[in-house]
Design a protein around this ligand. Sequence first.
Ligand code: G1P
Length: 277
Amino acid sequence: MTRIRKAVIPAAGLGTRFYPLTRAQPKEMLPLVDKPVIHYVVEEAVDSGLDEILIVVGAGKDAIINYFDNSVLDKQADNHLLDSFPEIYFVRQRQQLGLADSIRYAKKFVDDEPFVVLLGDTVYLSNDDLSVTEQMINVYNKKGSSVIALEQVPVEKVGNYGIAGGKADPEGIFRIDRLLEKPSPLEAPSNLGITGLYALEPEIFQFIERIKPGKNGELQLTDALSVMAAESQLFGFEINGQRFDIGNMEMWIQAFIKFVSMDRRYSKLFGEHQKEQ
Ligand code: G1P
């Protein structure tokens, strides 16, 4: 089995839920303390052993490309922030046709190797010694087939996620039999939501070619994965950690507070602020 070493990071969405913040800046560049969200996403990939990275950007996302340039400020601040990052490749999605379409732009980069997809607006905090991405890669190595990361979501929120149906084996790994993108609570096969982290065999590209526009008229990765689940093999596992979807205002605020509270330099601000009240 090939070791997974490539990561694809789609960062092409419009950031509609963040308007007007996203009028002139990509949501992936929103800060979590002193670094933009995309920095944490690349760090998660690199810390999980993925050393070839492709970011798929869309219109108005040049700030993401600029961020990974060397800056004169790095020298002034004696900061080696990006030194551990490998070379990062970029490709631009021509038109906003959905997540599955943005993955299609990674076909040449991926070639015939398995790869990880990390959404450019989602960060993870693991409860484990392994990162959440490493937890997924372990399941991939065990099963030798595509794997997606899942988490339980409240029933009233299933309409915000891709939802998986299937059965768990004694180790808690799900054999997925179908997926529905943003179903109503009545249609939903479970409350297991797709977190936006995927370990995929390159056969995904064939399935993407076969799907039609789905939810919101977009080409949905969930629909391509659902065909994969029916005709090939797809596994799922529940992450041991916390996931923050920075495509959503409440979760960005929660993430910001969480990251500040974990940062020794600023965590005391909360205490002082509370005392003043
Ligand atoms: C995307 C996926 C969805 C997944 C979600 C996680 O939706 O299509 O299946 O559950 O990410 O955040 P989006 O949030 O981009 O609408």
